[in-house]
Design a binder for this molecule. Structure first.
Ligand code: ADP
Ligand code: MG
Length: 715
């Protein structure tokens, strides 16, 4: 095999772009705004507002539509209403048992109505005579007075003489203890009057294509909408803007790799890969062929590959990984495969060693449990180029093992998606190709954002053309129906099938008390429920060898029922298992339940997933509904995101993505897709946003992404 020498990195330098020194009015201190003195400035700081721009982008979180207000004189008892009026009286009196009743009455020209609260004296301080306020809630008639108990209220203006600064739709801005929404409304108005005529940031063609309001117009209408229609348009503009700027940053980051960094041009055709295909006892599925083609097409190119391969457990990712590794080896390079745990690394090694060695490829397993001597020997061989393929844990890279010529890295993340780190491998002056494999479906929302600069390949079908979950029925039982579930298990086993019983989740699955619970439950099932069946147990505290033994027995059908903690999530493939019973299912996450359920329905037989749950939380309830209704892993992952709220994933600096104020990824996914398309188009044509017309845009991306796009602005 001819061994190429490492070539020095060739990095295309970006054009010299001088940053705009004239920073524009939005960067001015908020103290420049009329009415903002030192005190207000301090309070604004609490809201994260320091510049004029911050203030203008401090959007209302609610609006009150005055045209929807009801006349007090026309109200009926029992209705849910919102009314507006002037405060005419504020009283506090002592009710029975010392309760303090706060009673605030308002008048709107047609009648009086009172808001009442209990033991909330501060409301009597906040609502003063002469103020314009709104009350929302249910109308009652008590003590010969129209009342709303505990109304939702807003102060529209401080004095009756002062106009509500707006049209028919009154904005309610997020406020603090010391800074009322009323004051904020006033200073936002001042800021708009003086600085609101802002320059457009979005390119003209984008504004036109997506029929967006101009930035200045949208700013005005998001704060002080002249109509509902314009309010919606203003919001739509800023939602697009947020997503577009985010995608521009991602696109730029990705493009940089393509144009600035030189990767390796691997050879897809060669004896090694061909010989490997001949050793396979099966034909590749069309999905496998498709993703191998995508990977090899990338590997041939001179830009480094950064690809995510998604496919459920058992979908045949290992073969794909091997072809990628061998493609590098036949091109004269070394390759590495990394797994998240030593056990998984060991499994990969055992599974692949024989076939690779038969092809004349040298393989080594590199893990922490090697003796120092073994380790040094292997490290030396890797450095000298005597080893073609290294299999190990993520430590291979972290401890920067020296390779002679590393050309390809496969990172197997299994089900640990979410911890995936951005890979920035640079091996002695050049970049190897990288393939990340995940068995957890990553929802579209995330593959368009968090993982938005990776290319994605997906295997959807299991070998044999079956779809995961295709013929699994999922049912929810309450605990009283336990006998029925056991009966179902007996019926399936009588037909020659096998069953899983998954024990309740107690914190992490290898805690001692968890093991104890499993043991007790296993004992009960063995002696009381299934005395006539062959029952096995598996849990996280068992030694690897013991575990493997039990798994082997189960796959050879020497056990009927396998009782386990969640360890069976990963890696078990027993097509003959057709029932799974999950205890306390509502305590599992959706991704976990999906992985569990994926263990059945793998053969030709119809399968049944029985969930025991009495959800006590709303979230638990929603999760159960989702798992019953949805079979597709991607859809389920998307639902999971919606239930958990995307706030957990975004809004943290850690993600390296800008915060979103208005956009909600799960709701705005179509806009996200459009914004992404537009952003990638622009970066494709002008990677550094160097055109004069992109001056503002470039500044915005820089502001939003901060250090994460520094390279874009090397000047
Ligand atoms: P994954 O890594 O995606 O969880 P594996 O690569 O371990 O899945 O494959 C699961 C099983 O399916 C293995 O036993 C493998 O040999 C087998 N397999 C892979 N591809 C095919 C195929 N095209 N036809 C039949 N069996 C296959
Ligand atoms: Mg390449």
């Amino acid at each position: 095999m001819n061994k190429p020498k490492n070539e020095p990195v060739s990095i295309n330098q970006p054009p010299k772009l001088v940053d705009d020194k004239n920073i524009g009015p939005l960067k001015l201190s908020v103290s420049k705004v009329k009415f903002v003195g030192p005190a207000i400035m301090n309070h604004l700081k609490r809201l994260g507002i320091e510049t004029v721009g911050d203030l203008l982008y401090h959007f209302p979180h609610r609006y009150i539509d005055l045209s929807k207000m009801r006349k007090i004189g026309e109200l009926r008892v029992g209705e849910n209403v919102t009314v507006i009026g002037e405060v005419r009286g504020v009283k506090i009196w002592r009710g029975r048992k010392g309760t303090r009743v706060i009673n605030v009455s308002i008048f709107d020209g047609t009648g009086y109505i009172a808001g009442t609260w209990f033991n909330q004296d501060f409301i009597a301080k906040r609502l003063r005579e002469g103020m314009q306020v709104t009350f929302s809630g249910k109308v009652a008639y008590k003590y010969r007075q129209l009342q709303i108990e505990n109304p939702f209220y807003d102060v529209l203006s401080e004095k009756s003489s002062e106009p509500v600064h707006s049209g028919r739709i009154v904005p309610i801005h997020p406020a603090t203890q010391n800074l009322t929404t009323n004051t904020i409304r006033r200073i936002v108005k001042n800021a708009l009057d003086e600085y609101g005529n802002v320059e457009e940031t979005l390119p003209g063609e984008i504004i036109k294509t997506y029929k967006l309001l101009s930035r200045a117009k949208a700013l005005k209408d998001i704060h002080f909408p002249s109509s509902r229609e314009l309010l919606l348009q203003a919001r739509a503009r800023f939602i697009f803007e947020e997503l577009f700027l985010m995608q521009l940053g991602l696109a730029a980051r990705k493009k940089r790799v393509e144009i600035q960094i030189k990767g390796i041009e691997h050879r897809r055709d060669g004896d090694l890969v061909r010989a490997f295909y001949e050793t396979l006892p099966f034909k590749l599925t069309s999905d496998q062929q498709k993703v191998i083609d995508e990977i090899q097409t990338d590997m041939e190119k001179s830009k480094p590959m950064n690809r995510l391969l998604q496919g459920e457990v058992g979908s045949g990712k290992t073969v794909v990984a091997l072809v990628s590794l061998l493609t590098a080896v036949q091109s004269g390079y070394q390759a590495a495969m990394m797994a998240p745990t030593e056990v998984l690394a060991g499994q990969h090694y055992l599974k692949t060693k024989e076939v690779l060695e038969r092809l004349g490829v040298t393989v080594a397993l590199l893990t922490g449990s090697l003796s120092l001597k073994e380790r040094e020997k292997i490290s030396g061989d890797i450095k000298d180029g005597n080893i073609d393929i290294v299999i190990g844990t993520h430590a291979i890279i972290q401890e920067s093992v020296d390779f002679a010529r590393l050309g390809m890295v496969v990172i197997d993340e299994q089900h640990r998606f979410g911890v995936m780190q951005r890979i920035n491998l640079k091996e002695k002056g050049y970049y190897p190709d990288v393939l990340v494999m995940s068995a957890t479906p990553i929802p579209r929302t995330l593959s368009l954002t968090l993982y938005g600069d990776l290319d994605v390949s997906i295997i959807k079908e299991l070998p044999g053309g079956r779809k995961i979950g295709g013929h699994v029925d999922t049912v929810l039982f309450d605990r009283k129906s336990r006998e029925l579930a056991y009966e179902k298990i007996r019926i399936e086993i009588a037909k020659g099938r096998q069953a899983y019983v998954v024990c309740p989740l107690i914190e992490e699955s290898d805690k001692l008390e968890d093991v104890k619970a499993v043991m007790e439950e296993a004992e009960r099932l063995k002696t009381e429920v299934f005395p006539d069946l062959r029952v096995g147990i598996i849990h996280g505290r068992m030694k690897a060898g013991e575990k493997e033994n039990v798994m082997k027995q189960f796959s050879k059908c020497e056990l009927d029922v396998l009782i386990s903690t969640t360890v069976i999530e990963v890696g078990i493939d027993v097509p003959n298992a057709t029932v799974m019973l999950v205890e306390d299912a509502d305590r599992f996450g959706l991704a976990q339940l999906h992985q569990l359920r994926g263990r059945i329905g793998r053969g030709e037989h119809k399968s049944y997933c029985i969930l025991f749950a009495d959800p006590t939380t709303e979230e638990g309830d929603k999760r159960m509904n989702a798992i019953l209704k949805i079979k597709d892993g991607f859809e389920l992952a998307e639902a999971d995101l919606q239930i958990r709220g995307e706030g957990q994933l975004f809004g943290t600096r850690q993600s390296g993505l800008p915060d979103l104020k208005l956009a909600k990824l799960t709701r705005d996914i179509e806009v996200l897709a459009e914004a992404r398309k537009a952003a990638f188009n622009i970066i494709d044509k002008d990677p550094y946003l160097a055109a004069p017309s992109y001056r503002q845009l470039r500044q915005e991306v820089k502001d939003k992404f901060g250090d994460n796009v520094d390279w874009l602005f090397q000047a």
